[in-house]
Design a protein around this ligand. Structure first.
Ligand code: HSE
Length: 405
């Protein structure tokens, strides 16, 4: 029998307890032995929960209990979560987590610590919620040199954009719905400003390209600037606005990664990824294009990925298959300055003649209810952001209202 302790009884932690208990027999068969939830650590009590008897408040009980061999960290953040993870690994316990913030910030050192103590640090649930992506990238695609990863990595923002596109909902109303459904982070800023997707693309890039990529090296733009007007113009151009996390090899040693809203063609499968669903497209030099799709947030989908790691940790106690990547550094990532893209530009006030002379291949877009003088265009040609800024320089200050890839 394997004993597990869950740290943090929030949305994901309570989902893990539920899945372990509901699927106990099936999980036992998969793990070649019973997996038993022994403790739940939280600062709160849960007197009405069926798991109330397992709740404790002192981590050292778990740390010093030799019967506990796997710790599930679903606290989130990098403070207590990091301390408890390090202590659990040093105590010879494998740690399974959904905490992308911690993995993105300290994955390299925690993986090294796990290696040193002969245990596992697993984080399938940290990217893509219930979608298997970490293990496939590490194992199934191991024969490939990964060339590019591009994904919808945040369920909350995809839900918000879908509701704005399909129901014409305001950003605020759609965000409230996402929060009510338990998709959003405690502080939704991390979702809507792109920080959550940034952490996830960092984890994928580290795994795929072999060096730790830190969130501070990855420019992230969220969706707070996307309006219903932009959505209407994108629709007129046969495109949907999606928040994409992208990472690709820039040269032999450096990776370029960034997060930004993009206008995505309807023919691109990522445009059909709606609601809380996530999808991650990977290009490998042997396999070509492959895509992973599923529920990217929510209690039980995320718990599904956590429990799969628990089963893996339980089965691999004697022969560990480790996740690993090398140390990061200033030279591991480069900014997307040299990336050439087609661009969408919306101006509060503009003249087609002037814009046509600056951007000769511009395609102008129309929408119902546009304000007088409002203009929106696609550049019609790929260019760097610097080249676009140069083409727009000298326009009336404040007239350029939105620029999207
Ligand atoms: N807030 C995250 C999202 C949860 O919406 O995708 C899953 O990581």
């Amino acid at each position: 029998m394997v004993n597990v302790a869950v740290l943090g009884f929030g949305v994901v932690g309570s989902g893990v307890a539920e899945v372990l208990s509901t699927n106990e027999k099936h999980i036992g068969q998969k793990a070649d032995g019973l997996i038993c939830l022994k403790y739940i650590l939280d600062v709160r009590d849960f007197p009405d929960s069926p798991f109330a008897g397992k709740v404790i408040h002192d981590f050292s009980i778990i740390e010093h209990d030799p019967e506990v061999s796997i710790v599930v960290e679903t606290i989130g953040g990098t403070a207590a979560a990091k301390d408890f993870t390090q202590r659990a690994l040093r105590a010879g316990k494998s740690v399974v987590t959904s905490n992308k913030e911690l993995v993105a910030a300290h994955g390299y050192e925690l993986l090294q610590l796990a290696k040193e103590y002969g245990v596992s640090y697993l984080f399938e649930a940290s990217v893509g919620g219930g979608i298997p992506i970490i293990r496939p990238l590490n194992q199934c695609l191991a024969a490939n040199q990964i060339e590019e990863i591009c994904g919808i990595l945040n369920g909350t923002t995809n839900y918000i954009l879908t509701r704005m596109i399909r129901a014409g909902l305001s950003f605020d109303a759609a965000l409230r719905e996402a929060q009510a459904n338990g998709y959003a982070e405690q502080d939704p800023t991390a979702d809507i400003e792109g920080h959550d997707a940034c952490r996830k693309i960092c984890i994928l890039a580290s795994l795929a390209f072999g060096r730790h990529i830190y969130p501070s090296q990855v420019p992230a733009e969220g969706i707070t600037g996307v309006s219903l007007a932009d959505i209407a113009y994108a629709g007129a151009a046969g495109k949907k606005i999606k928040l994409l996390g992208r990472a690709f090899r820039q040269n032999d040693s450096a990776v370029c990664a960034f997060v930004a809203p993009h206008l995505v063609d309807l023919e691109n499968p990522l445009s059909g990824v709606e609601d809380v669903f996530n999808a991650i497209a990977v290009k490998g030099n042997a396999i070509g294009d492959v895509m992973f799709y599923g529920r990217g947030a929510g209690k039980l989908p995320t718990a599904s990925a956590v429990v799969a790691d628990v089963i893996d940790a339980a089965k691999q106690r004697d022969s560990r298959r480790r996740l690993e990547w090398g140390p990061g550094g200033a030279d591991a990532a480069v900014a997307p300055d040299s990336v050439r893209s087609p661009w969408y530009v919306r101006l509060e006030q503009g003249s087609k003649e002037e814009l046509s002379s600056r951007l000769p291949q511009a395609q102008f877009l129309e929408r119902a209810g546009a304000g007088a003088g409002e203009l929106a265009l696609l550049t019609g040609t790929d260019m760097t952001r610097a080249a676009l800024d140069a083409a727009l320089s000298g326009l009336k200050p404040g007239s350029v209202f939105r620029v999207l890839r």
